[in-house]
Design a protein around this ligand. Structure first.
Ligand SMILES: Nc1ncnc2c1ncn2[C@@H]1O[C@H](COP(=O)(O)OP(=O)(O)OP(=O)(O)O)[C@@H](O)[C@H]1O
Ligand SMILES: [Mg+2]
Length: 280
């Protein structure tokens, strides 16, 4: 029996707003909340998620990647890497426990631009079809990490999703300006024939510093518009960068001084309730 409950993605047309950080935060929180397994799909041609989770060693993803699966050279099952496999982390086996319950479909080729690879001739429904038909039975959630801008990789990810939420960086005005365009993109996709499964789920704010009036204004503005569709406010924490550089999930950061994993756990709960309601 298929256990796949939902596919999610996070979107902003602006780059560097915390989409990948939030995908990783959501992945480990969904594992902890539900006990189910999560599959991360790195649909960003920059491959940041793949480098973060595999310590950047290309040997770790020799079995296949998003591109080889899309073009039918590999089945999804043979291309997926279980990040909690100790053999994957010979330099640091403790890393396997930290990624418990998380698998990865690596990015096409690190630093290769998917637009150039796919050349616009791709069927944007291709990834959804693969996820629906080939996701292994032990996976409960699929999280697609898309790049920024309106491009092939972003559309593949959004069309594959049941729920897409936007990510707004409190420190970046541009990420607020791009929100309308991102929302419109999701709505246009949803209104296209056969794509009514795509739901606009809400927004996550990242890098929030309570002492800054501009940050408070952004959050107040979003809350007045979106109300409880603001999934969560992630505080500014410089040591998120350390988790990335050490190839560890955010949960590896000490929670006493850093509430980020707890914030993502609450965001995970909100995402679950959205999934269960199946509505905007
Ligand atoms: N809550 C936060 N506090 C401080 N820094 C953060 C926070 N969230 C993300 N960052 C920083 O912002 C940077 C960009 O984050 P991330 O890579 O997740 O963005 P992105 O939206 O995925 O970018 P891209 O568009 O390139 O894929 C990271 O280097 C990370 O350190
Ligand atoms: Mg990213």
């Amino acid at each position: 029996m298929k256990t796949l409950k939902a596919t999610l993605s996070l979107l902003n047309l602006k780059g560097g707003v915390g989409k990948t950080v939030s995908i990783v935060g959501l992945a480990t929180s969904l594992v902890r909340l539900t006990g189910g397994r999560v599959l991360l799909i790195d649909a960003d041609p920059q491959g940041g998620l793949t480098r973060w989770t595999t310590a950047g060693d290309p040997k770790r993803f020799k079995r296949g990647n998003l591109s080889s699966v899309i073009f039918g050279h590999h089945d999804l099952t043979e291309a997926i890497i279980a990040l909690d496999d100790p053999d994957l982390h010979p330099d640091d086996p403790s890393r396997a426990d930290l990624w418990k319950g998380v698998s990865l479909l690596p990015c096409a080729t690190v630093r290769v631009v998917v637009d150039a690879t796919f050349g616009g001739s791709i069927d944007y429904g291709a990834l959804r079809k693969i996820v629906q038909e080939q996701t292994p039975d032990d996976i409960s959630f699929v999280l697609v990490d898309v790049g920024h801008g309106d491009n092939d990789s972003t559309r593949l990810g959004v069309v594959a999703s049941d729920v897409t939420a936007t990510v707004v960086a409190a420190w970046q005005y541009q990420s607020v300006y791009q929100l309308g365009a991102a929302n419109k993109m999701i709505k246009d996709i949803r209104d296209a024939p056969g794509l009514s499964h795509v739901h606009l789920g809400g927004a996550i704010v990242t890098g929030f510093d309570e002492s800054k009036a501009t940050h408070r204004n952004i959050v107040d503005g979003l809350r007045s518009k979106l109300r409880d569709n603001v999934w969560g406010i992630v505080p500014w924490r410089a040591d998120i960068e350390r988790a990335i550089n050490r190839n560890r999930p955010l949960t590896a950061m000490p929670s006493r001084i850093n509430p980020v994993p707890q914030v993502y756990e609450n965001i995970g709960r909100t995402a679950l309730s959205k999934i269960m309601k199946g509505q905007d």
